[in-house]
Design a protein around this ligand. Sequence first.
Ligand code: ZN
Length: 106
Amino acid sequence: MTLPPSVLRAHLQRQAIELSWPDCDQTSFVPFRKLRGCCPCASCVNEMTGVRTYHESDTAEDVHPQKLDLVGNYAVRITWSDGHNTGLFTWDYLREISDRIIQASS
Ligand SMILES: [Zn+2]
């Protein structure tokens, strides 16, 4: 089970979400637009086929989170400026995205 992030903060200036994890000394910044394009909900990914139907390229340049709501102790629900709020980003999933960014930048 993935531990909750030690830092989860939206930086409007930087247009990115800052993430750090208790067992990792690296911080990652996930661009809002990228994260919106990774939304795992049923209207962004076809539940039957698992094929993504909503992409980063479908997303407005200036998309940003309006609200971050913790869901239990396992996920965060993001309400986006485009009105979309059905995606639950589990710690597991955020960790995967964050690790990918750390790898890409090292
Ligand atoms: Zn979605």
